[in-house]
Design a protein around this ligand. Structure first.
Ligand code: PLP
Length: 366
């Protein structure tokens, strides 16, 4: 038994990846993004499920994440787009990983190393975070085209506002991306695999799928755009077992700073989760947990290891050992919690850490 756990439903991930593959069709390659330990779902278990369900490629942020996937026995195509120019790339170079090139300096490093490598050139199209600026496109394209040991698989770029479907900036970026592809081809690069779309663009902008899409959040069953429903199944549930139920009297206050005072005689449930486990202290006032299908408010400060839940007069007889759902199946969704807490569902699913144990469900036919 675990006091605090994330239950990861591998069948939900399989379902979502199948759906996404169906949505993009046979001519577009589906990259499932598994950075940050598969958005907190555990990449070692999740990656094989995604590949079996139709992922053509896996995407990592850091090259170290991609190298780790190889050491887990994953032999599928991998792309990784974050590395520092001074980094030792030998493991990545011997692991057949497509490496993202976000600057002239990065390009020069790969040219100088003289080891065969496949790259995706990450071009700046309007997010202004990490990509080759337009002023240096020509130089980078020529440099990589002239290096016989470098194979440019194509261009990639990232959208800043795809989660706001009406935002015209997405079209501005798409135009810029098309211009970059045209310029790269004029420079002699074939660029067979170009990719721009993240989850929101994959779901809402089929015209921006290009040759490959890079989907993260939707694989884990969450909608990146409020109000849409693509019949995805959320894969993660964060649950805590109640460690104590105790009475509190009207006028007594609870937890650090005594910021909450009982309005009437009642009961508190103590949950073994705190900010050391990834529950933000700032969530005070926003969190409702679900116990036996009923929703109860968290009250008082979040401590390092504990929070308390106001059971009122405990009409349903909640007891120690009962399970409280922080988010997920049987409780409020990660999106509802994110909305209440003023953040995004991406952050919520990456939160559980510390003493949280992962428990996997489904995926038994693997
Ligand atoms: C470069 C890049 N591509 C794709 C993704 C996947 O985004 P999403 O989770 O919205 O699908 C990310 C994640 O932020 C990313 O950084």
């Amino acid at each position: 038994m675990s006091l605090l756990s994330t239950r990861i439903n591998l069948d939900a991930i399989s379902h979502n990846v199948h759906k996404l593959k169906e949505l993009v069709g046979p001519d577009v390659r589906l990259m499932c993004v598994v950075k940050a330990d598969a958005y907190g779902h555990g990449v070692e278990k999740v990656a094989p499920v995604m590949l079996k369900a139709g992922a053509d490629v896996l995407g990592c942020a850091t090259v170290d994440e991609a190298v780790a996937l190889r050491s887990m026995g994953i032999d599928a195509p991998l792309v990784a787009w974050m590395w520092e120019p001074e980094q030792d790339l030998s493991d990545a170079l011997s692991s057949n990983i497509v490496i993202g090139v976000p600057s002239l300096q990065h390009a020069q490093v790969l040219v100088d190393i003289e080891v065969p490598v496949k790259v995706a050139i990450k071009v700046e199209t309007g997010m202004h975070r990490n990509g080759v600026d337009r002023a240096q496109w020509a130089e980078v394209f020529a440099l990589l085209n002239d290096a016989p040991h470098i194979e440019v698989t194509g261009l990639m770029s990232h959208l800043a506002c795809a989660d706001e479907p009406d935002n015209p900036h997405t079209d501005v970026q798409a135009e810029e991306f098309r211009a970059a592809i045209a310029q790269a081809r004029e420079a002699g690069l074939e660029c067979p695999i170009n990719h721009l779309a993240n989850s929101p663009a994959t779901l809402t902008r089929p015209d921006l799928h290009f040759d490959q899409v890079r989907v993260g959040l939707a694989c884990y069953g969450l909608e990146p755009v409020a109000g849409l429903d693509h019949e995805l199944q959320p894969a993660m549930t964060w649950a805590a077992n109640i460690i104590n139920v105790k009475p509190i009297k009207k006028g007594e206050s609870s937890c650090y700073g005594l910021t909450w005072t009982a309005p009437a005689d009642g009961y508190l449930a103590v949950l073994p989760v705190g900010y050391a486990d990834g529950l933000p202290r700032s969530i005070q006032g926003s969190l409702q947990v679900t116990i036996g299908g009923k929703s109860y408010p968290h009250v008082g400060r979040v401590s390092m290891d504990q929070i308390v839940i106001d059971l009122g007069d405990n009409p349903f007889g909640v007891r120690a050992d009962d399970e409280a759902i922080i988010f997920g199946e049987g409780g409020h969704s990660a999106t509802e919690l994110a909305d209440a807490a003023g953040t995004i569902n991406y952050e919520i699913i990456c939160r559980p850490t510390g003493r949280t144990k992962r428990i996997y469900e489904g995926g038994i036919d693997l």
